[in-house]
Design a binder for this molecule. Structure first.
Ligand code: CP
Length: 317
């Protein structure tokens, strides 16, 4: 395969291989001269039909550190707002000579459509599609957990037996889905905690335990607590009584934070609703990896671009 569309089906060895290449990229990024000549002459297009801060600038930084040319395309302000189709947009990018297209789209499956369409012969990277998947977010989360647990000895390791509690708006979360498939493949043990209204239909078939009480989940002292953003923009109905009630039952507030084991890692993909799913003190604490996740995102995306564009594309899903 030539694309990164999903973490579902990504086998353990391939996943560890990507994380190990990301370690090499992190090492290179720590040098005084961060730039590598590896992708000189290649063109990477960031095709964003939905807003993004972290993913877009991180892919741009990653491509530039590998010396690729980068074209940033936001649907707002482009001919998409005049009604241009995905097909015509893709064919325009093909005519420009894109080697890789990093696509974020509100429709679940849009990156897969692009990859299978034949409209463009570029490597397609899913940067978040609807409520479906966000594979590079899961890879950077796995990389962050592995580094926190194993430090410099991370290479070659999975996440065997690591307990991860993912909390909140699971139903709308592409981050949760990609993490469930990837972290499970790496050997982690996952529990999802949410109100019943924020759990997807069919979650009983996922390789996870499911519960509703955050307090009970925290009593088990998980290695990782991953808080998810409440995605109000995807909510057409009321999924919980009000923000205060949500925060009281499912938020990582200061009191719950104080009860965590000092070694428990607190993660959040961002952007954060401070005071709703996580308190400021929890997000900014020494146990929080929020900014580490952003830093690691560049190394992971460098690894993915490198593997897609340097002739080693076969291993990716
Ligand atoms: N985590 C994440 O995808 O953030 P952005 O929406 O800012 O890219």
């Amino acid at each position: 395969m030539r694309h990164l569309l999903t973490t579902k089906g990504l086998d353990r060895d391939t996943a560890i291989g990507i994380l190990d290449v990301a370690e090499e990229m992190a090492e290179a990024s720590a040098r005084t001269v961060k730039k590598l000549p590896t992708l000189r002459g290649k063109t990477v297009v960031n095709l964003f039909f939905e807003d993004s801060t972290r993913t877009r600038i991180s892919f741009e930084a990653a491509a530039k550190r590998l010396s690729a040319d980068v074209i940033n395309f936001a649907a707002k302000g482009s001919s998409v707002s005049k009604g241009e189709s995905l097909k015509d947009t893709a064919q325009t990018l093909a005519a420009i000579g894109a080697d890789a297209v990093v696509i974020r789209h509100p429709a679940s499956g849009a990156p897969t459509v692009l990859a299978r369409s034949g409209w463009i012969d570029a490597g397609i990277i899913n940067a978040g599609d609807g409520t479906h998947e966000h594979p590079t977010q899961a890879l950077l989360d796995a990389f962050t957990i592995r580094r926190r647990l194993h430090g410099d000895a991370s290479r070659g390791k999975g996440l065997d037996g690591v307990t991860v509690t993912i909390v909140g708006d699971i139903v709308h979360s592409r981050v949760a889905r990609s993490n469930v498939w990837l972290l499970t493949a790496l050997g982690a043990v996952i529990t999802l905690i949410a109100p019943a209204t924020l759990l997807p239909i069919g979650v009983g078939h996922w390789p996870v335990a499911v519960g509703h009480s955050l307090d009970r989940a925290l009593e088990t002292n998980p290695d990782v607590v991953m808080m998810l953003r409440i995605q109000s923009e995807r909510m057409q109905a009321s999924f919980f009584p009000n923000a205060r009630e949500y925060s009281r039952q499912w938020g990582l507030d200061d009191e719950r934070m104080a009860r965590l084991y000092p070694t428990t890692i607190v993660m959040h993909p961002g952007p954060i609703n401070r005071g709703l799913e996580i308190s400021s003190a929890a997000a900014d604490s020494a146990q929080s990896t929020v900014l580490e996740q952003v830093t690691n995102g560049v190394s992971v995306r460098m690894a993915v671009l490198y593997l897609l564009l340097s002739g080693e594309r076969e291993g990716l899903a």
